[in-house]
Write a protein that binds this ligand. Sequence first.
Ligand SMILES: [Mn+2]
Length: 276
Amino acid sequence: MKTTQGFLGTEAAAERKSVFVLTVPVEESTSYMTGTAEAPASILKASRQIELYNFGTGVDLEGAGIATVDTGARTLEELAGFLRREREAIAGGFHCFIGGEHSITPVILEEMKYGEIGIVWLDAHADLREEYLGNPRSHACAARNSLPFGNMVGIGIRSVSRGEVDFLGSSDRVKIFERWNDEAARAIGDLPGRVYLSLDFDAVDPSLIRAVGTPEPGGLTWDELLHIFDHIFASKTVVGMDAVELCPDESDTASSFAAAKAIYEALTRVVAGKGR
Ligand SMILES: [Mn+2]
């Protein structure tokens, strides 16, 4: 397992790795705009422009022990293989996986074996299809395929198929909300004490992050995203997270920067002692 200078330009000392940022450039089933395999590199590059001192929270990430690991995984099979080999090596820290497409999440949940968890799913789309374009492991099925690992609360979701509405009506394992509100907060409260956070960047309004595969207007504001992080990290033990589906565009540095900053805001809360 090779660590390099990476997220935020930091390099963790060998003895102190509290956070593993793992890059996962998997792109197998993208259905609209392509390029999410380039997201980890674009996010790492943008992250080097972020101040290590977080003015909003007062937390300083200097020396926090953030190790960036290139999984080298281009396919879901390669990701599963990497996690089987390296799970023990990264078990001591918090995991933040940077995709790549959303189909990586159920593979992570299966291989990391987090035990009893709830799942917080920030996304524009329900991702609850049984199969999409003939592919049961498509990004459009990622939430459905994650349900065996824990009950789920989806937030920011504003694009749902008729079939998914029927499934939601028949399942007590998943609740979805278009906005972040008291009802959504209560639903998170009903999840187990340990949760996994999956952030699809299209959950955020495209006025903030436009470079995604399927941009949907009307998403979460920046303040709402930070409130969700505050709520989850304060009220739950977050066992790990992923951040997926950016499709970087060289002419749109704001999207890559906002994506990097969103990850930074979450990791700030981990380092502040509100993670696992
Ligand atoms: Mn998604």
